[in-house]
Design a protein around this ligand. Structure first.
Ligand code: PGA
Length: 254
């Protein structure tokens, strides 16, 4: 399966910073055809990034969130139609920072997943346990519960359009470049659990064809070993995706 590496810029970069990044990054990865690359910029720079990406077949545009309705009285929100209109192909949904700081729950995230799929946007659905849950041995229960609720009503054809991001919350850098990622073994264990869940919910073949990507302090130094694990099909990269060179290095480490 082709790997997928997505940049999650979070709330970073002005329009001019986004443009300079893409100009440099395009040159760095122009020969990387064997990987799907996605840049998820803030809403304010999506248009500028879309313009710069025109003609660069291997880099796709993504957003970091959306509302589930098409339009209406939802002050401050952005709809799936608007994301399609601007050229997005992907959208990150259910990121732990949205769950923690904006009270998003699995019920809401499920509505967003369904809305994205209805508009042919590919959801990158984020799940993952926090440190306390991990320490008390609840990781698998947390993952199972999130998957069950967030994927409610999703059929086999739809899950194939999705990507699941396993992001153990305790491994996410929150901007600290020295933050420790999960070990490759811990990450693989989570991915394997998710794969098995997909196999029992859908079937083996379908489960094999859904990309499960890892997020949490992925950087040039550890990308290779993580990406070599059998059930890790790519990465969702925060801090290390803010610099074109380090993001490109991660991609080249595949
Ligand atoms: P990080 O962020 O790479 O900075 O840990 C990943 C994410 O939160 O998606």
């Amino acid at each position: 399966m082709k790997k997928l590496i997505a940049a999650n810029w979070k709330m970073n970069k002005s329009i001019s910073e986004a443009i300079s990044f893409i100009e440099e990054f395009k040159r760095l990865v122009s020969n990387e055809k064997n990987v799907d690359i996605v840049v998820c910029s803030p809403f304010t720079s999506l248009q500028a990034v879309a313009n710069k990406l025109k003609g660069s077949g291997n880099i796709k545009l993504g957003a970091q969130n959306m509302h589930f309705e098409d339009s209406g009285a939802y002050t401050g929100e952005i709809s799936p139609l608007m994301l399609k209109d601007i050229g997005c192909e992907y959208v990150i949904l259910g990121h732990s920072e949205r769950r923690e700081f904006f009270d998003e729950d699995d019920f809401l995230i499920n509505k967003k997943v369904i809305a994205a799929l209805n508009h042919s946007l590919k959801p990158i659905l984020c799940i993952g346990e926090n440190l306390e849950q991990r320490k008390s041995g609840k990781t698998n229960d947390v993952l199972e519960n999130q998957l069950e609720k967030c994927l409610k009503g999703i059929d086999k054809n739809q899950i194939l359009e999705m990507c699941i991001a396993y992001e153990p919350i305790w491994a996410i850098s929150r901007g600290d470049p020295n933050h420790k990622p999960a070990t490759k073994e811990d990450a693989e264990e989570g991915h394997k659990f998710i794969r098995n869940f997909l196999a029992s919910t859908f079937d083996e073949k379908t489960a094999k064809n859904v990309r499960i990507i890892y997020g949490g302090s992925m950087k040039p130094e550890n990308a290779k070993e993580l990406l070599q694990m059998p059930n890790i099909d790519g990465g969702l990269v925060g801090n290390a995706s803010l610099n074109a060179k380090s993001f490109a290095e991660i991609i080249k480490s595949i």
